[in-house]
Design a protein around this ligand. Structure first.
Ligand SMILES: C[S@@+](CC[C@H](N)C(=O)[O-])C[C@H]1O[C@@H](n2cnc3c(N)ncnc32)[C@H](O)[C@@H]1O
Length: 254
């Protein structure tokens, strides 16, 4: 499959972002003891979406610097990281060498992955394919990669955050900024292309692809959370009042 137009734009954005992401930030993420979700660090011990990871074959779609895969490897899973940006994978390789946590890393568009059908128990995305890939392509691809009984778990921005997003200055309003109807491909002024479906469309896509939807977990910022140092467009104050992020869990029937 030839690469869709937005893949090169997003690779360029993530090459620049990688250059801004310091070694210290990357090290801190890899070495974190706890699995946490999203900008405000909601702990997996409270979210409880992953379950026992021991012995699971996991594919992380849009793994970036692959800290989430490293967290899963430390809990007994066998991750494979897939990402389209070489600079992000270089950072992941450096941290693999430094920490001794090794797993395969594959440079590929997560909408068309060079891995066999039915080879994973868990397909995961934390702000990777879940926002940078077209859902009508990457969700069927995740389904193809999963074994019967396997699970898809992904974190993305909430539709509400996207509806309220302001570009200048980069922030999140308390007023709606754009229509929800027809929401799918979003082209931002920095040239990046992001994807977002509203809840009804995402639910329908998962069902039409053959998944059973298990959960939609809306994340709020914890009471003591502070605004993220890098992802500061949503303040902790906003995210205590409205869900800024959400986790979907779905299963490919056995
Ligand atoms: C916010 S990072 C998410 C990964 C990881 N959780 C992190 O924060 O480092 C987004 C990643 O998605 C990747 N990405 C964007 N488009 C992609 C595509 N079409 N296929 C695979 N990865 C893609 C980017 O290269 C980037 O590394």
């Amino acid at each position: 499959m030839s690469e869709p137009d937005y893949v090169a734009e997003n690779r360029a954005l993530w090459t620049t972002s990688n250059a801004r992401y310091t070694d210290e930030q990357a090290d801190r993420a890899w070495r974190a003891e706890e699995i946490t979700w999203g900008m405000f660090g909601n702990p997996e011990t409270e979210v409880g979406v992953l379950g026992d990871l021991t012995g699971l074959d996991v594919v992380e779609l849009g793994c970036g610097t692959a800290y989430f895969s490293a967290w899963l490897a430390r809990r007994g899973a066998r991750p494979v990281g897939v990402d389209v940006t070489p600079a992000q994978l270089d950072t992941a390789r450096r941290l693999q060498a430094e920490t001794g946590i090794a797993f395969p890393l594959i440079e590929s568009n997560a909408e068309d992955v060079p891995l066999p059908d039915a080879s994973f128990d868990l397909a995961l995305s934390e702000y990777g394919a879940s926002i940078w890939c077209d859902p009508y392509l990457w969700i069927p691809e995740a389904h193809r990669l999963l074994r019967p009984g396997g699970r898809l778990v992904f974190l993305r921005s909430s539709p509400l955050v996207i509806l309220c997003a302001v570009e200048e200055p980069d922030s999140t309003s308390e007023q709606l900024q754009r229509p929800q109807r027809g929401m799918h491909r979003l082209e931002w002024s920095d040239g990046s292309v992001e994807f977002q479906l509203a809840h009804g469309d995402m639910f329908r896509l998962l069902r039409d692809t053959g998944f059973e939807v298990e959960a939609l977990i809306e994340l709020f910022a914890p009471d003591d959370a502070v605004t993220h140092e890098y992802y500061s467009h949503v303040t902790a104050d906003w995210a205590r009042k409205w869900p800024a992020e959400e986790i979907w869990a779905a299963r490919k029937p056995a």
